[in-house]
Design a binder for this molecule. Structure first.
Ligand code: ADP
Ligand code: MG
Length: 255
């Protein structure tokens, strides 16, 4: 049965998509069967895996609104054992349309239940908001991974996110637990990065991943070639960091 991990932070540009794609890629490379679910209408995970989101015929929109099984929309990728449930532009409409559906917060969970046995990991990329798509991600998951960019205002918005997580635990998904907080775009030469690291560790004792993702231009370039980082710069420090994150995640998820 798959472990389901949602990667979320309602702030944009903190490294959610980069983490989703590369963590999924390395878990698959380590021999796991992985499904990446792209819940962001911007479809950056979809295009980052080399799939043109404008050519996607069926997407997570169909899963959430028309109850099409994920088996019917998933695609293979250039990485063995890594499947993608793609996003498309119309997914933006799901945010509005879901509001009038029954059990709207459970749509994703119900779809995931039917394919959980086929994978070791299901990793979900979220849009930069706490709307109904993200709520579906949180309700459908076992774990939450929060990327935090090591910049000013890193902690801004996190209390709101944790409040939402708590509310979902109480009413919709009691087993949702915080897998960890991931420091991203870290620059070890700046005082600011080190200060933010201290601050985040103070707020989340024992919950910050040992692996820290450095600022690394290769990580930003890889998606424009539709490549996971190991296909683009296998021995670089960005690649090493995500490889080590995959090991850490795998260790933490083991029962
Ligand atoms: N570790 C990193 N080093 C350098 N650039 C990064 C790194 N992580 C992400 N980026 C770049 O920063 C931008 C935002 O990252 P992204 O993963 O898309 O964030 P989000 O999904 O949270 O909006 C993208 O252009 C991405 O390529
Ligand atoms: Mg993104």
């Amino acid at each position: 049965m798959a472990q389901v991990i949602v990667i979320t932070n309602q702030k944009g540009g903190v490294g959610k998509t980069t983490t989703t794609v590369n963590l999924s890629g390395y878990l698959a490379r380590e021999g796991m069967k992985v499904l990446l679910i792209d819940l962001d209408p911007q479809g950056n995970s979809t295009s980052g895996l080399g799939i043109d989101k404008n050519l996607v015929e069926k997407s997570m929109y169909d899963v959430l609104i028309r109850e099409v099984p994920i088996q019917e929309i998933r695609l293979e990728t250039s990485t063995d054992r890594l499947h993608l449930a793609p996003a498309s532009m119309v997914l933006a409409a799901a945010e509005v349309e879901l509001v009038s559906h029954l059990a709207r917060e459970h749509r994703l969970k119900q779809s995931i239940e039917k394919i959980k046995h086929e994978y070791d990991y299901i990793i979900i990329d979220c849009p930069p908001s706490l709307g109904i798509l993200t709520v579906n991600g949180l309700v459908g998951s076992d774990y939450i991974l929060i990327p935090v960019q090591t910049e000013f205002y890193a902690l801004e918005g996190l209390s709101q996110l944790l409040h939402t997580v708590q509310r979902i635990r109480v009413s919709l998904n009691p087993k949702l637990s915080l897998l960890g907080v991931l420091l991203t775009m870290y620059n070890k030469n700046t005082l600011l990065s080190r200060q933010v690291e201290e601050e985040v560790k103070k707020h989340f004792p024992n919950k910050v991943f040992e692996t820290i993702i450095p600022r690394n231009i290769r990580l930003a370039e890889a998606p424009s070639y539709g490549k996971v980082i190991y296909q683009y710069d296998r021995f670089g420090k960005g690649a090493n960091a995500y490889k080590s994150l995959a090991k850490e995640v795998h260790k933490k998820c083991k029962p």
